[in-house]
Design a protein around this ligand. Structure first.
Ligand code: NAD
Length: 356
């Protein structure tokens, strides 16, 4: 049975990095005989230019029919003045909603070869290997809101945070299962000393832990977690948290790794899951052929692992990226003084040649 992967290059460097990742996937397929097929679709500004919408119905439909989606990035100055509901970034929200992408997984693993690129001291980041599991379709980002109203003679605005027990159970279950195939530790992050939604979150996660006794659970307030990520990031294995806290903590954790060009992510869906690097379309370097493809290639490894259950093949891809880094190969964003910077294509080729 062929496995269908929908590839959405998007805008800016999206085409360059997804091309590189697909070439690596093709090489993996050649080696392990996986039977992968690819179908390219438009989204973002490119889709707006062609179809007048950032997320054509045909793209969403193709994603729903696919086994997995590999996404580049969308956005760019060219579309800054487009009506807000048609801006390229709306494609991401449309895909989240259309595919029911309820969880975002962001691994942060600092390769020994790159510890000096972290803004933190090398001795703090050596050995960091954590995953943030963020709830993606609930909480304050999707609650009711009021842009402006009069209250006691003053203008005010408000946003409503709410979480239901099934929503928390679904994301917590994913976190416990993720921890089981890692180091068996979940840190649940909330603000239970202040917020009612956080107290429900904490009660629900604690109750569910009873069904996952092989996983150790601890709780942290979000302010403390933000601090701990900067002072002792190696203590974390799996962090599970709500939409708003996850948005902030995952960006904080991402910088620990040095360059955003290296960071992959997976958005787990009810229908299909979507895999993308965490960075944007990098208009400042688009078309120059110098973007780091590693975040996208590592996202492709997550695709093999989570959507296709191909653990061995995903490990091989992760190992090929590590081997390229260990060999001192660098793209411009991670090149030190005196290092030769490889192009996107050269780095892709170097990773392909290290697949074993
Ligand atoms: P960005 O992540 O695109 O770029 C930030 C900086 O990181 C830039 O200097 C860029 O050159 C560099 N960079 C990013 N990816 C890189 C890579 N693979 N290799 C080397 N360097 C890399 O963020 P931005 O500049 O704030 O946003 C640009 C556009 O991307 C905006 O339109 C924004 O809305 C959009 N965006 C899209 C997504 C997405 O598609 N998921 C995410 C974030 C931002």
């Amino acid at each position: 049975m062929m496995k269908k992967i929908v590839v959405i290059p998007g805008d800016g460097i999206g085409g360059e990095i997804t091309r590189s990742a697909v070439e690596v996937l093709k090489k993996t397929d050649e080696k392990f005989r996986l039977g992968l097929s690819y179908e390219e679709h438009d989204a973002g500004g490119t889709a707006y230019d062609k179809f007048g919408t950032p997320l054509p119905e045909s793209t969403l439909e193709a994603c729903k029919q696919a086994d997995a989606v590999l996404f580049g990035a969308v956005g760019g100055e060219k579309w800054d003045n487009v009506e807000p509901s048609l801006r390229p970034e709306k494609a991401i929200l449309g895909l989240r909603k259309g595919l029911g992408l309820y969880a975002n997984l962001r691994p942060v693993k600092v390769a020994d070869a790159l510890v000096e690129y972290s803004p933190l001291k090398p001795e703090l980041v050596k050995g960091v290997d954590l995953v943030i599991v963020r709830e993606l379709v609930g909480g304050i980002y999707f609650g009711d809101r009021c842009e402006s109203e009069q209250h006691n003679g003053a203008e005010r605005a408000w946003d409503l945070e709410n979480y239901s027990v099934p929503e928390v159970e679904r994301i917590a279950k994913l976190a416990f299962e993720t921890a089981k195939v890692r180091r068996g530790k979940v840190t649940s992050v909330d603000k239970a000393n202040v917020l009612a939604t956080s107290r429900l979150w904490r009660r629900t996660v604690t109750k569910l832990a009873g069904e996952h006794k092989d996983v150790e659970l601890n709780h942290l307030y979000v302010d403390n977690c933000a601090m701990q990520l900067a002072v002792r990031p190696t203590q974390f294995d799996v962090i599970v948290t709500g939409n708003l806290f996850g948005d902030i903590l995952s960006d904080e954790a991402a910088v620990i790794g040095g360059s955003i060009g290296l960071m992959p992510s997976a958005s787990i869906g009810e229908l299909t899951s979507l895999y993308e690097p965490i960075h944007g379309s990098a208009p400042d370097i688009a078309g120059k052929g110098i973007a780091n493809p590693m975040g996208t290639i590592l996202s492709a490894a997550m695709l093999l692992r989570y959507s296709l259950g191909l653990e061995k093949e995903a490990d091989a891809l992760d190992a090929a990226v590590s081997a390229a880094l260990d060999a001192g190969l660098r793209t411009a964003d991670i090149a030190g003084k005196g290092d030769v910077s490889l192009s996107t294509q050269q780095m892709g080729q170097a990773i392909r040649s290290r697949l074993c």
